[in-house]
Design a protein around this ligand. Structure first.
Ligand code: SF4
Ligand code: SF4
Length: 158
């Protein structure tokens, strides 16, 4: 049985301070992904705990609802991965893909040719994905989210 607390602690250590760029990407977009309101939030992974306010939707989805500021140490995994995601295929292989749900918001995805990304971030996301995929519930979450990302990508004509 998975010790989720230990797993998420390990994940936090793997991600460390890594972000997609080696510089603060929020400078160019004024932190567009952190403009929280009551209607939106970052989805928590299965069994992920957060010291921030959490809202549970009728379908069981748990969202961290923030006011656009947080202690970086406390931000949920979804915020650490944004705007990328560890997707999985039907064989359980893990990839790191742009999260199409962020396409309309995040300049990292729309200006990717002009940017130099930090390879260490992508390696870490893949490692995190592989770790999550070992747990059945988390793997299912990755599969469902991958399907959601694919649907968005298809809708946006990616
Ligand atoms: S929207 Fe994209 S570029 Fe802006 S702060 Fe968030 S991750 Fe960085
Ligand atoms: S939890 Fe923190 S990092 Fe995540 S959207 Fe809110 S302010 Fe931004």
């Amino acid at each position: 049985m998975t010790d989720y607390q230990a797993m998420y602690e390990r994940i936090r250590r793997i991600m460390g301070e890594l972000t997609p760029l080696t510089v603060d990407c929020g400078v160019c977009c004024h932190g567009a992904c952190c403009k929280g309101d009551d209607e939106t939030g970052m989805r928590l992974f299965p069994h992920e705990q957060s010291p921030l306010p959490v809202r549970e939707l009728p379908n069981g989805v748990r969202l961290v609802v923030c006011d656009g500021t947080c202690d970086r140490e406390e931000r949920p995994l979804a915020c650490r991965l944004f705007p990328f995601f560890p997707t999985v295929d039907h064989k359980g292989r893990v990839f790191v893909e742009a999260d199409a749900r962020a396409l309309r918001l995040c300049p990292l995805l729309t200006h990717s040719e002009e940017l130099v990304f930090d390879k260490r971030f992508f390696k870490a996301v893949k490692k995190v994905g592989r770790l999550l995929a070992k747990d059945e519930e988390c793997r299912r979450f990755l599969e469902e989210t991958t399907a959601e990302i694919d649907t968005y990508a298809a809708f946006l004509g990616d």
